[in-house]
Design a binder for this molecule. Structure first.
Ligand code: URA
Ligand code: SF4
Length: 328
């Protein structure tokens, strides 16, 4: 079988036009060699004609087109062949292929789609908080310095830095994920709905919040605006990495006897990526921050529980783990 070489301008649109035509002609992926050309999409006239005749959308899931568009921005030269193989299989094999996350080609597609595009201003790593942290500072000096942090882009849209709160002598430090809407407005951690759950639990287990130091992994609120409302967005690795030096500085100064980790994000940062919260919450773990590190669910997970019974179960889990922290 003679392979046919298809030249593609390295853009999603260039690939899409060629792929549509090939699909229309029934050309199987194995019969095609893809070659990137830097300028001008010089597909054979035959292809162009077939593309024009092809139906505008070849019954392909929208999700595929979105992933393909993202993957097209990656730097891997084999992406065009992969995209066509998956397109072919979506049409000829199974339309729900993308749901099969164990499929090697689907895995590669997902990896390509989330890979960083070649360096450009808006994908560059943020500089991080390190440069804003005065060496040897007290907790109060750290707090003052954190107000001026520009370690990542989150400071641009948020109202203020939400630094930790509580005494430097605290025996227990609790670490959450990130300031939310209320925290952003008030400048203090856990003062919104999640804070209400936390407060209720602290009262229930007999822990005075005034004696606990409460902070977050990421100090600025991250959100998107929709219909005038600010919707919380989970921080991503670059922001978590950028902000981490603040948490490290806080823990360095306080050196807590017990480190209470609230939720999966904080657990990943403090304990490690292999930690499984629902299986390992309540376990006593030694970390470089404290020989008595204990993780529990995030208070907002209680609020997300479906129905009263589930919420009560999660709330009890939170309280039990807080009791373990007190007793540790
Ligand atoms: N969720 C958090 O993780 N931290 C807060 O301060 C508020 C909500
Ligand atoms: Fe600095 Fe953290 Fe705010 Fe980013 S999120 S600007 S690193 S304090």
């Amino acid at each position: 079988m003679a392979k046919r070489t298809v030249e593609v301008g390295p853009t999603f649109e260039g690939w899409q036009a060629a792929a549509r035509a090939l699909l229309q002609e029934g050309v199987a992926p194995a019969e095609v060699t893809w070659r990137e050309v830097l300028r001008g999409v010089s597909e054979a006239p035959l292809l162009a004609a077939a593309a024009a005749a092809a139906p505008a959308s070849a019954r392909v899931p929208r999700q595929f087109l979105e992933l393909a568009r993202q993957a097209a921005a990656a730097a891997d030269p084999t992406r065009w062949a992969l995209l066509y193989e998956i397109l072919w299989r979506l049409v000829h094999e199974r339309r729900d292929l993308l749901a099969d996350s164990g499929d090697p080609q689907v895995r590669r597609l997902n990896a390509l789609a989330t890979a960083r595009a070649p360096a450009s201003a808006d994908t560059a790593e943020p500089p991080g908080a390190g440069a804003f942290i005065p060496p040897g500072a007290t907790l109060e000096q750290l707090r003052a310095a954190s107000a001026r942090c520009q370690g990542c882009d989150l400071f641009r849209h948020a109202t203020q830095t939400v630094f930790g709160r509580g005494p430097a002598e605290a025996r227990i430090v609790l670490v959450g994920e990130q300031a939310g809407d209320q925290e952003d407005r008030k400048g203090a951690p856990f003062v919104g709905p999640a804070g209400e759950v936390l407060d209720r639990a602290l009262v229930e287990v007999g822990l005075d919040r005034q004696r606990v130091y409460v902070t977050n992994v990421v100090k600025h609120f991250k959100f998107t605006e929709r219909g005038g409302r600010r919707i919380h967005e989970t921080p991503r690795a670059p922001e978590i990495t950028a902000c981490r030096p603040w948490l490290e500085a806080e823990l360095e100064v306080i050196r807590p006897a017990v480190l209470g980790v609230l939720g999966a994000t904080a657990a990943r940062v403090i304990i490690g990526p292999e930690f499984r919260l629902l299986r390992q919450h309540g376990q006593l773990i030694s970390t470089r921050w404290s020989p008595k590190t204990i993780a529990t669910i995030h208070p907002s997970a209680v609020l997300r529980g479906e129905g009263d019974a589930e919420q009560a179960r999660l709330y009890a889990m939170l309280c039990d783990d807080l009791r373990l922290m007190i007793a540790a």
